[in-house]
Design a protein around this ligand. Sequence first.
Ligand code: SAH
Length: 242
Amino acid sequence: MKLYVVGIGPGDSAQMTPQALQIIRQSDVVVGYTKYIEIIAHLIEEKTIRTSEMKNEKERCQIAIMDALKGKNVVVVSSGDAGIYGMAGLIYELAEECDEIEVCVVPGITAASSAAAVLGAPLMNDFAVISLSDLLTDWSVIEKRLRLAAEADFVIVLYNPSSIKRFDYLQKACDIVGAYRPDETPCGYVKNIAREGQESCVCTLASLRNTKVNMFTTVVIGNSTTRVIRDKLVTPRGYRYV
Ligand code: SAH
């Protein structure tokens, strides 16, 4: 039997792949965090829905595995791409001993691509994606990754840039990157991508440092070549094409 882990994209169903849509439509049971279930509510009116709050990820995966073992057609949904800070890895780990279950991961548009599209074209060259959440990763490791990515001149995409408890993490990240990049480095952020209340801003590293963002925001910090072209953030592909 198959257990699907499906990335539903950033929000609007226009940004969901036809494959994800088809698999959700064919399912009996949909498992996911309440907010993501709300986003796809119109697609799953006749399904059995199993939701839980954000931190019960393990419980959600276990429910999905149990239902799949009972022979139900189960889909676990994650926002963006299920394999990028999503549920795919945990499902593989928890189903390790269940030979009957074949895990199928269905990709989706991750926040880095959807944010980049809103901001312009900042990810045209090498970039690093770093989550500022220290729930599952020590802050010392996050700090090291920020420092080395900054030193290596990667464009940096930040996921989980802030939360109520971690209100100053974006500021701390900007300070670390700021040791390697000038204050006027072009940056940007997008809140609620493809959802109600989408907002975006192109700014500088110095102003980003003083910006309060919430956890539904994706941040892009440009590198030494990133420029602002007609109010959009653009990193040239390479010198060869200039
Ligand atoms: N699996 C998701 C990422 C989950 S981690 C993906 O591939 O996109 C959660 C973080 O992703 C958020 O804190 C935010 O930084 C980013 N994110 C996800 N969806 C977003 C959206 N619609 N708008 C802005 N940021 C989003």
